[in-house]
Design a protein around this ligand. Sequence first.
Ligand code: IMP
Length: 310
Amino acid sequence: MPRVSRRGRATRAAKAPPPPTGTREAPVQFAHESEVEFARILDFYGITWIYEPRSFPLRWDGERIVEAFTPDFFLPDLNLYVELTTMRQRLATEKNRKMRLVRELYPEIQIRLLNKKDYLRLLAKYGYGPPEAAKLPDIERVLITASQIERRVGELGAQISRDYTGEAPMLVGVLKGVLCFMADLLRHISLPVSIDFLAISSYEGDSSGPLSILKDLDLNIEQRHVLLVEDIVDTGMTLNRVLEYLWSQQPASLKVCCLLDKRARRLVDVPLDYIGFEVPDEFVVGYGLDYQQRYRNLPFVAILKEELLV
Ligand code: IMP
């Protein structure tokens, strides 16, 4: 069988089809249980995947392909091909040989050979939370990953810095859900900001009475440019009443920055000047948001299982 020269290989590599894009098609017949588990974890994190996306020719006999390699997965979001492997040495050696060839012939692609420990570590590195998160029993799936939050909060901070150029705005947060968002946003604002917090009791059906304040502002906001920072705006009732309260103290200006906008549930039309993400009508937890005081410490925003809420 003739050996293929580097030049020949390079030419063939140039003819290879472009990487696949788009969403996966269901149902998929997986060859191994490890693939089912990997796909489940990807689904949990909302990462798009394509199973056995394409074959890479590795050896030719003239024009005929005599050996090819088909990676198990392609992850378009990470632009990464993944081949899963178990710890069995014989299989690993063979796969390593093929991976070496693929890398040589197709240097433009990213491909990784991963065992379970590796892929949990890899996903965590890309901001898809600590691996243990995939085992949280009350969580349906991750809605917004840690890296998506990080990117968006950076954008919001930059925009706020531009909009308030030359000012020293005061950021006011409503405890406790705003904790993570406030701490991160603050560090992306390149202005001399000050911060303060309000704690209020949650309304129970009655939204007409005065706002019940558990912890008032420490600072005077009169004639200050105030930016109210909120974790999530749902019906809008809380925000509406907090805004009324803040306006009564005569700030120079008052704007709102919220991380999550659950617009579908809005009952009161409240003005939102900066919005992190629009979210569907689901109960979400993580990144400061709680369900019965739990899950505030998750580094991502996740949807809670519906059966817990009925
Ligand atoms: P609103 O008055 O209905 O807009 O509710 C706003 C407050 O309800 C937020 O500041 C949160 O404390 C809480 N909240 C609303 N939706 C969620 C959610 O999906 N997860 C956690 N808390 C929520």
